[in-house]
Write a protein that binds this ligand. Structure first.
Ligand code: ATP
Ligand code: FE
Length: 323
């Protein structure tokens, strides 16, 4: 069965086609250049760009798969969380298509979609899932598909946001994660960064202190590469410490790492060395995309979850525990 998945939660238009749980086409139209001059995503511009790009991108995806709209069995889109104007474009487009074709529609939670990208079909819960992206650093206990318990989250910046802000400070491009990762590899020395929230009782995350430290180190004349390396290592050490504490407390040794930051190779190495059974999204599926939305819908369909009513609206705020 063919599943179409659409994600327009932020500044990337994502259209993916999945056949029987396998990703066949995954197209992402990036808006990075559009927002660059403003130093951040301008919500209204993002919505308008989605509107312009979505239909031709969907037609291209169908063309690449060699199928027509009538071959689609299920249609899915991100319902939230995200920028409401941006969400509405993809969500409404997908609902309209489902209605016109008479196919079931699945409203998907953006974080469930990120997780679905890293979740092998034969991996049975329970397990831990870390979603580290531009807007989230959330650690969940996944009891089952659709049953999530939040164990900890960031108190301030998200991990990806931290990478983006430090990259900007160092005069690097956006998104900052890949830029920091590249620069860190060139470093001959490492600037000192304290690992955040050492000794805390809970399972929280915090990244804004690292950003402040980066400002101080830059003012003190540290080379940019040394700052990139020190920051990256402290951020990864922090993620590792909190996750390992959760492993100890829950006894669960299986971990999914999802979201854009999961693409970081130093982070992947850190978790692979930790003696856990760890899963990352394949290349191209860690950052926002449509295929992960289609994968989540396929899972829901397989597990007998009912489709979503077309009367259900998109929402900017939606805790995953309620999905
Ligand atoms: P959310 O999913 O929380 O709504 P988002 O969709 O904007 O946020 P994603 O597309 O999942 O976020 O991820 C983008 C983030 O991932 C950016 O902050 C980017 O810097 C970060 N990122 C991408 N590649 C890397 C990398 N190699 N190392 C570290 N961070 C990275
Ligand atoms: Fe995302």
């Amino acid at each position: 069965m063919w599943v179409l998945g659409i994600d327009t939660s932020c500044d990337d238009t994502g259209v993916g086609l999945v056949r029987d749980g396998r990703v066949v086409v995954n197209l992402v139209a990036s808006q990075v250049a559009l927002h660059e001059a403003f130093g951040g995503v301008v919500p209204e511009l993002a919505s308008r760009e989605h509107l312009k790009v979505l239909r031709p991108l969907t037609e291209r995806a169908l063309g690449e798969a060699g199928i027509g709209p009538e071959d689609l069995g299920l249609i899915a889109a991100t319902r939230g969380p995200g920028l409401i104007g941006a969400l509405l474009v993809g969500y409404t487009f997908a609902k309209g298509l489902a209605w016109a074709l008479g196919r079931p529609f699945y409203a998907i939670h953006h974080l469930e979609a990120h997780m679905a990208a890293a979740w092998p079909e034969d991996l049975a819960p329970p397990f831990l899932a870390l979603v580290a992206s531009g807007g989230h650093t959330h650690l969940f206990l996944v009891e089952d598909l659709g049953r999530y318990r939040l164990l900890g989250a960031t108190r301030d910046d998200a991990a990806g946001e931290g990478f983006d802000k430090v990259a900007r400070l160092l005069g690097l491009g956006f998104p900052g994660g890949p830029e920091i990762e590249r620069l860190a590899q060139e470093a001959e020395e490492k600037a000192p960064f304290p690992v955040p929230l050492k000794g805390q009782e809970g399972l929280d995350f915090s990244f804004s202190g690292l950003k402040t430290q980066a400002i101080r180190l830059l003012e003190a004349g540290w080379p940019k590469a040394a700052i990139a390396k020190g920051f990256q290592e402290a951020a990864i050490a922090h993620l590792g410490e909190v996750v390992l504490k959760a492993v100890e407390r829950t006894g669960l040794k299986t971990l999914l790492v999802a979201g854009g930051v999961a693409a970081n190779r130093a982070l992947q190495a850190r978790f692979q060395e930790a003696g856990l059974r760890v899963f990352f999204p394949p290349k191209g599926l860690s950052q926002d995309n449509g295929a992960m939305v289609a994968l989540a819908a396929w899972r829901r369909h397989q597990r007998g979850f009912p489709p979503s009513p077309l009367s259900l609206g998109a929402t900017p705020y939606w805790p995953l525990e309620e999905a």
